[in-house]
Write a protein that binds this ligand. Structure first.
Ligand SMILES: [Zn+2]
Length: 176
């Protein structure tokens, strides 16, 4: 099997190079544990046209004002009010991280949203678990053994990622 791909999108240049490196390195380590034998490849991309049905895409946007997940086809609610947001409708799923609120735990929140995304658990069910499933997510914390096991079991779940985020994004500060 090829390596499991996790794609990260830096919309509106929400993260600087150092933040991108830190987030990628942390997630690479965690997804490497999850994907063990086949390995994982976490990378920043500017499009995700070749993403497979079971792979992951996480958008990073400056704040909820720049939410793209709320534009998911079939979803008509508001953006999330926390540090990140994951939504699914029809057979499409989208996750995003709000950088301005999550500055000190970007990788941790990205992993938290990845759990919502792969496990399709809503807030009540996911937040009742331990490790990075819990809210509030604590800076410097790691996925628990249970988080890793659940994600490993769910890795082949086909929750097709919505790739319309790049097209949907409009810079909330673009007019300033
Ligand atoms: Zn959550």
């Amino acid at each position: 099997m090829p390596a499991y791909n996790v794609y990260l999108a830096n919309l509106g240049n929400a993260l600087n190079q150092e933040q991108q490196n830190q987030v990628r390195t942390a997630l690479q380590g965690w997804f490497g544990q999850i994907a063990n034998t086949d390995g994982a490849l976490v990378q920043w991309v500017t499009s995700a046209s070749s993403i497979a049905e079971h792979e992951l895409l996480i958008y990073f946007v400056p704040s909820e004002l720049g939410s793209v997940a709320r534009s998911l086809p079939g979803y008509s609610g508001p953006a999330g009010g926390g540090d990140g947001f994951t939504v699914w409708a029809g057979n499409l799923t989208a996750s995003e991280v709000y950088v301005s609120r999550s500055r000190n735990w970007l990788a941790e929140i990205a992993f938290h949203e990845a759990m919502h995304n792969k496990l399709h658990l809503g807030d009540r069910d996911l937040h009742a678990l331990d490790g990075l499933a819990r809210i509030p997510v604590v800076a410097g914390s790691q996925p628990s053994a249970n988080n890793i096991t659940r994600m490993r079991r769910a890795l082949n779940n086909r929750h097709t990622q919505w790739t319309g985020g790049w097209g949907a994004y409009s810079d909330p500060f673009g007019g300033l």
